[in-house]
Design a protein around this ligand. Structure first.
Ligand code: NCD
Length: 336
């Protein structure tokens, strides 16, 4: 399949990948979707992430990935996912091949096919971390390359490692991943982060999700039905006044500008955006509600909220990304 540079349209379906379940054995698995994980798999990962945190915080040298090379191929812009994967490999003593924007700096620019690019990097590395604007590209890459493929976000489909770090953050905070009342705001239609999060939350019992968005950015009806069937209690709201007072967490996502057919369409939708402000927190959040944001912060959270102790995006969430990715790489490469 030749991947083009055109961006998927708004209604690209949530891609259901051909998943290979982890079921207690991470070694050599591709990580494409949250659907591959069981509750036990998550706990294995979280336990190792705790250890990785100690290693990183105390600057303990590690040679766990010594002799291993990981390719980071990012066809879409990234700060946190790219840097945390790079840092994770390096902190474990491994090496990286780092290519941001392969379309200008690699042979993709000369017209090389996506598959040939994957075949090339599999020859030089022990795992490939891929971010791509096309939903389903991670599955195509995994089918092509024999080394483990880690999906760092494929179009509007999934972003499993983001959800792994988010679930870890929630678990460390509340000591549970069931019986949660969550507010997911912003762009349920296009946010791959929300799509993976719904899959993650559906692994646990009695989770209720309030989805706050404008009418145009609601989940596709088939997805709403699908996740409802999987046990999540979903309530769609389109106004701040309907946010329940007892949420455990607020998870704010930006409206995904790059998924719109035109800048005008994006501007139209942005007119009814939702932003976390100190006033909104005062009015609608609980004492223990945590505020999460996968970042980048683009009309999601007012910087005045940063000093509120309930805001965990900089203090915990992005840092947990490093520990989770260290743990995941060690497991997938069979080193833990
Ligand atoms: C997210 C992404 O790229 O999907 N960011 C991230 O990886 N931390 C969210 C976003 O871009 O809005």
């Amino acid at each position: 399949m030749q991947l083009t540079t055109s961006y998927p349209q708004l209604n690209t379906p949530v891609f259901a990948p051909d998943k290979s379940k982890i079921n207690g054995d991470f070694t050599h698995k591709d990580i494409l979707s949250l659907d591959q994980f069981t509750v036990e798999d998550l706990h294995t990962l979280f336990g190792l992430a705790d250890e990785m945190k100690q290693l990183a915080l105390h600057h303990r040298p590690s040679s766990l990935l010594a002799g291993y090379v990981v390719s980071l191929l990012f066809f879409e812009p990234s700060s946190r996912t790219f840097a945390s994967f790079a840092s994770a490999v390096k902190r474990l003593g491994g090496e990286t091949i780092e290519i941001q924007n392969p379309e200008t700096v690699s042979s993709v620019n000369k017209g090389e096919s996506f598959e040939d690019t994957m075949r090339t990097f599999e020859a030089y590395s022990d795992a490939i971390v891929l971010r791509h604007y096309r939903a389903g590209s991670a599955q195509v890459a995994a089918d092509t390359a024999s080394v483990p493929l880690l999906n760092a976000g494929d179009g509007n489909n999934e972003h499993p490692t983001q959800t792994l770090l988010d679930l870890y953050t929630i678990y460390k905070h509340f000591g549970r991943l069931n019986n949660l009342t969550c507010l997911l705001a912003g762009d349920p239609l296009n946010s791959r982060v929300i799509h993976s999060m719904m899959r993650g939350l559906s692994l646990f019992e009695n989770n209720r999700v309030y989805l706050l968005s404008s009418e145009q950015l609601r989940l596709k009806r088939s997805d709403l039905f699908y996740w409802g069937e999987r046990g999540i209690n979903i309530v769609e709201i389109d106004h701040e006044k309907d946010i329940p007072a007892y949420c455990d967490l607020w998870y704010w996502t930006r409206i995904q500008k790059e998924r719109f057919a035109s800048p005008q369409e994006y501007e139209r939708v942005m007119k009814r955006g939702f932003i976390v402000t100190p006033e909104l927190l005062r009015a609608r959040a609980g004492k223990h509600t945590i505020v999460m944001d996968p970042l980048p912060r683009v009309s999601t959270v007012d910087p005045a909220v940063d000093t509120d102790e309930r805001a965990v995006y900089f203090r915990e969430q992005i840092r947990n990304g490093l520990y989770i990715r260290m743990a995941l790489l060690a497991l997938v490469l069979g080193r833990a």
